[in-house]
Design a protein around this ligand. Structure first.
Ligand SMILES: Nc1ncnc2c1ncn2[C@@H]1O[C@H](COP(=O)(O)OP(=O)(O)OP(=O)(O)O)[C@@H](O)[C@H]1O
Length: 461
C-alpha cells in the first residue's frame, strides 16, 4: 500500500500562497525583534527550508521568484572549471569586516611580520549598504566547491547590481593588493582530489627571502632579467595591442647549485606573484595537467623544475599515430609533450592572462627543441659557475664585506676553478663563532686551491 502524503500547503494554490505569505510574515517579524546573529540564522534557515520543499524543488526558481521577496546570488569558487576572482575578492572583503562587535575572528601571522592579521570568521554576515540590508552566507564545502551567497530584498535589485557588487569586489581586490601575500602552491596527486576542482593545489605562504639584490650573478645579465620581468608586469596594454596572451616563458638552465630555484624565488618576490610548483610526476595524464593549469590564478609563476627528469617528454611528438586502441589508451594515461605544448601555445591561454612559466633543467641538451623554442620559452637564462662578480655579492650577503685583501687571490682562483655559488655560499657561512671574521674567506681559498685542475688531477690519482 502506498503511503498518503498530506499536502503541506493545503489543497489548492491559494491556500499554499497564503501559508507562504504567513511564513514570510514570521520571517520579517523575527528579523525585526531578534538579535542580529539569530535573526539572520532563522531567516536563512527558513529561506533554505522553503527551497527544500518538494513542491519547490521541481519548479523552485519560478515559484520563489514569484512569491519570495528575496533574491539570492551565488558566487562559486570554481565556475565552469575556472577560478572565480569575484569569489576571492568577496571573501577577502567580508573577512576584513572586523570590529569590536564581531564575535568570531581568526588570527594569522606571516613570518617576520610584527602584527597579527585578524579576519572575520563568521559564515553568516549581515551588512548595510546605502540603507539596504544584505545577508552573506559563506558555505565551506570540504568535499565540494566553496560558495558565497548574497541574499537581498528584490526591491533593492538596482542598488545591488548597480553599485554594491562592484563596490564589494573592488574593495576586496584592493585589500588583496595591499596585503600582497605571495603564496606557494604545490599540486596534490589526483587520488587526493576529492570532488571536481577541489584540492588540486595545496597552498602555504611563500616566505623565501631571495631577491635579485642577493642573487649572485653577472650584473648586466641580472639587470636585463629584472627589466624584462618588470616590462612584463606592466605589459597589459602592450599584450592587448598586439593580440597576444599575456604570458611569458623563462628557461633557467645550468649545473646544480647555480641558483635556478633561488632565481624563481627572487622573481616571485620582485613581482609579488604566487608560485605554482607543478610536480609532473604526480600527474597521470594531459587531462589532469589541463585541470591543474586552469585552476591557477593570474599574477602567478607556474614552475616545472628539472623538466628533463620529471617525465619523458622528449621525442614523443615524433611518435607516429598508432591505431591499436591499447596504445591509444596507454597514451591517455601519460603526460605528453603535445599536452604541455598545447597549454604553452595558447589553447588554454584564454584563461592564462598574466602568467609566467618557468622551466628549469640541468641538461639543456636533453630537451626537445619544440619545448624551448623562442616564443614558448621567451628568455633562456644560463646560470653558471661562480664568477668574481657573483662572489662579491655572496661576500656581501654572508660576511657583509665589500672588499678585502684576499679578494684578489679569490678572483684569480675563481678563474681556474668551477665552483658553484651554492658551494661558495656554503664556505662563507661562519660556523665557528670564535673564528676571525675573515676566517671563512681563508676556508674558501683552501677549498678553491683543492679544486684547481692540477690539484684535482693529483687527488684523482
Ligand atoms: N646565484 C646564486 N645567488 C645566491 N645564492 C645562490 C646562488 N646559487 C646558489 N645559491 C645558494 O645555494 C643554494 C642552492 O641553490 P639553488 O637551489 O637555487 O640551486 P639550483 O640551481 O636550483 O640547484 P638544483 O639544480 O640542484 O635544483 C641556495 O639556497 C642559495 O643559498
Amino acid at each position: 500500500m502506498g503511503s498518503i502524503v498530506k499536502p503541506i500547503f493545503g489543497k489548492n494554490f491559494r491556500t499554499f500562497g497564503s501559508n507562504l505569505a504567513g511564513l514570510f510574515f514570521i520571517i520579517e517579524t523575527l528579523r525585526r525583534y531578534f538579535p542580529r546573529q539569530i535573526k539572520i540564522t532563522i531567516q536563512q534557515f527558513l529561506f533554505h527550508a522553503i527551497q527544500q520543499l518538494p513542491l519547490f524543488k521541481k519548479s523552485s526558481d519560478k515559484i520563489l521568484a514569484l512569491l519570495s521577496p528575496y533574491t539570492q546570488i551565488r558566487f562559486r569558487e570554481i565556475e565552469e572549471y575556472r577560478y572565480n576572482y569575484a569569489y576571492a575578492a568577496i571573501k577577502t572583503y567580508l573577512g576584513a569586516k572586523v570590529n569590536s562587535e564581531v564575535k568570531n575572528l581568526k588570527g594569522t601571522q606571516v613570518k617576520d611580520s610584527k602584527s597579527v592579521d585578524l579576519k572575520r570568521d563568521d559564515s553568516l554576515i549581515e551588512e548595510e549598504y546605502e540603507g539596504v540590508n544584505m545577508w552573506w552566507d559563506l558555505v565551506k564545502c570540504p568535499k565540494g566547491i566553496n560558495i558565497c551567497s548574497l541574499t537581498f530584498h528584490k526591491k533593492n535589485w538596482e542598488v545591488v547590481t548597480g553599485s554594491y557588487l562592484s563596490y564589494v569586489v573592488e574593495e576586496g581586490k584592493s585589500i588583496q593588493a595591499r596585503k600582497e601575500n605571495v603564496k606557494l602552491f604545490t599540486n596534490n596527486p589526483s587520488t587526493n582530489w576529492k570532488l571536481q576542482m577541489k584540492n588540486l593545489w595545496s597552498c602555504i605562504d611563500f616566505e623565501h627571502p631571495a631577491t635579485f639584490e642577493t642573487m649572485a650573478m653577472d650584473l648586466e645579465k641580472k639587470d636585463e632579467i629584472v627589466r624584462d620581468l618588470l616590462a612584463f608586469k606592466d605589459g597589459q596594454e602592450y599584450y592587448n595591442k598586439i593580440g597576444k596572451a599575456w604570458k611569458r616563458g623563462y628557461l633557467l638552465y645550468g649545473p646544480p647549485g647555480t641558483g635556478k630555484s633561488t632565481m624563481i624565488a627572487a622573481m616571485a618576490n620582485l613581482l609579488k606573484y604566487s608560485v605554482y610548483d607543478l610536480e609532473l610526476t604526480s600527474i597521470e595524464n594531459n587531462w589532469e595537467l589541463k585541470k591543474l593549469l586552469i585552476a591557477t590564478t593570474s599574477k602567478s609563476i607556474i614552475v616545472i623544475e628539472d623538466i628533463d627528469c620529471s617525465v619523458d617528454l622528449t621525442g614523443e611528438r615524433n611518435v607516429k599515430e598508432e591505431s591499436s586502441s591499447e596504445s591509444k589508451r596507454e597514451k591517455q594515461k601519460t603526460i605528453t609533450l603535445s599536452g604541455l605544448l598545447n597549454f604553452i601555445d595558447g589553447i588554454w591561454s584564454a584563461c592564462g592572462q598574466e602568467r609566467i612559466l618557468v622551466f628549469t633543467t640541468n641538461h639543456l641538451g636533453k630537451l626537445d627543441e619544440a619545448l624551448i623554442r623562442r616564443g614558448r620559452m621567451d628568455m633562456h637564462i644560463e646560470l653558471s659557475y661562480c664568477t668574481f662578480d657573483a662572489f662579491k655579492i655572496l661576500a656581501k650577503n654572508y660576511l657583509n664585506l665589500d672588499s678585502h685583501p684576499l679578494f684578489a687571490k679569490i678572483e684569480s682562483l675563481l678563474k681556474e676553478t668551477k665552483i658553484t655559488p651554492a658551494d661558495v655560499a656554503e664556505n662563507l657561512i661562519v660556523k665557528d663563532t670564535e673564528s676571525e671574521a675573515d676566517g671563512s674567506l681563508e676556508g674558501l681559498i683552501r677549498a678553491l686551491e683543492k679544486m684547481k685542475p692540477s690539484q684535482k688531477g693529483k687527488a684523482d690519482k
